[in-house]
Design a protein around this ligand. Structure first.
Ligand SMILES: Cc1cc2nc3c(=O)[nH]c(=O)nc-3n(C[C@H](O)[C@H](O)[C@H](O)COP(=O)(O)O)c2cc1C
Length: 325
């Protein structure tokens, strides 16, 4: 897999294929199996800001939701903060690939000091999984909240900090630019948030599919290509919708530095990692590419002066092809 080696957020990786944060990465032995299967790095299961706040007895935002607090308490009992640093230490002892810790956060608070313990436990980097759902605030305030979290964490650790965000932003390119400006070493585009559905018989909310579908890929392609074109200095880890090797190649062509995979491993097993990597290498051989730099970003939006206008004309062509059929 020599052709696949790369760097990401200052880390050296034998492959750009990273296993994303999930239940797949909450156990050192499981992670060793993923390393053996070909993972270039892993992002550990997220620790939740609420779990750290609970430890610090600071969870006032849940006072109005006793049920939520009960759930957080019981979740935290099975997955404690101390266990998280233990997971980092044990995984580092067992594995050789970079281990990226993850914190799922929604606000800037004293919990950010906990990032230092993650660094001391030996994590190679930290991914901040920021998931702020804007239900009432001004978009500018939401951007500001992201920036404050990143600034605060960056001031406390020296390991690389990667910021994982969702798709729901008023101006994604501007947000990514600002995140990089305040020290983010890379961004992960995108987290796939909880998917709500509605049960029309019970008249209640339910959870939709936990796993992504290959169709989810196109949104990741679009924004990876745009952000990579407009902000070439920002490293992107593309996440959501990668279910096969072709999808991984598309992400690299769009400009991703690395590609994260989750649902496909749940559904197809660890063997998908080796399959993706060998097929990328074969494809590289067919195209006479010697390393990832030979084609990374070749199809990003760098050469398009106005990506929004490009998308608009593509949109017209796309529907016209059907309408005139
Ligand atoms: C069962 C499951 C658990 C997940 N847990 C986390 C988590 O703890 N932290 C996080 O940042 N993302 C979590 N995710 C999201 C994934 O890391 C990933 O961003 C998302 O599934 C999209 O990638 P995919 O299309 O390859 O599945 C989880 C996803 C699944 C399916």
């Amino acid at each position: 897999m020599n052709k696949l080696k790369t760097t990401f957020a200052g880390l050296k990786l034998k492959s750009p294929i990273i296993v994303s944060s999930s239940g797949l990465t909450n156990n050192p032995q499981r992670i060793l199996n993923l390393e053996k299967a070909g993972a270039g790095a892993v992002v550990l299961k997220s620790l939740f800001e609420e779990q750290i706040s609970l430890l610090m007895n600071q969870y006032s935002q849940y006072n109005e939701y006793p049920e939520a607090l009960d759930y957080i308490r019981s979740y935290s009992e099975t997955w404690t903060v101390n266990e998280y640093t233990k997971l980092i230490k044990e995984t580092k002892e067992l594995c050789t690939i970079p281990v990226i810790a993850s914190i799922h956060c929604i606000s800037n608070g004293s919990w950010t000091s906990y990032a230092q313990q993650i660094e001391q436990a030996g994590a190679d980097a930290l991914e901040l999984n920021i998931s702020i759902l804007n239900t009432s605030r001004d978009a500018v305030d939401v951007e500001k909240a992201h920036i404050e979290i990143v600034r605060s964490v960056k001031s406390q650790v020296s390991i690389p900090v990667i910021v994982k965000i969702g798709t729901n932003h008023a101006n994604l390119v501007s947000l990514v630019d600002k995140l990089a400006g305040c020290g983010a070493d890379a961004v992960t585009l995108f987290n796939r948030f909880y998917q709500p559905d509605i049960n029309i018989q019970k008249l209640s909310f339910t959870a939709g599919n936990v796993f992504s579908k290959p169709e989810d890929l196109s949104n990741t392609i679009r924004w990876t290509a745009i952000v990579s074109g407009v902000l070439p200095q920002v490293e992107i880890s593309a996440s959501t919708g990668v279910h096969d090797w072709e999808a991984a190649v598309k992400m690299l062509l769009a400009g991703a530095q690395t590609v994260q995979i989750c649902s496909a491993i749940y559904e197809q097993g660890d063997g998908i990692l080796y399959e993706i990597e060998t097929c990328i290498e074969e494809w590289m051989n067919q195209h006479s590419f010697h390393n990832l730099e030979d084609f990374r970003g070749r199809l990003n939006y760098k050469n398009i002066a106005n990506p929004a206008m490009f998308e608009r004309t593509q949109f017209m062509k796309y529907f016209a092809s059907r309408e005139n059929a």
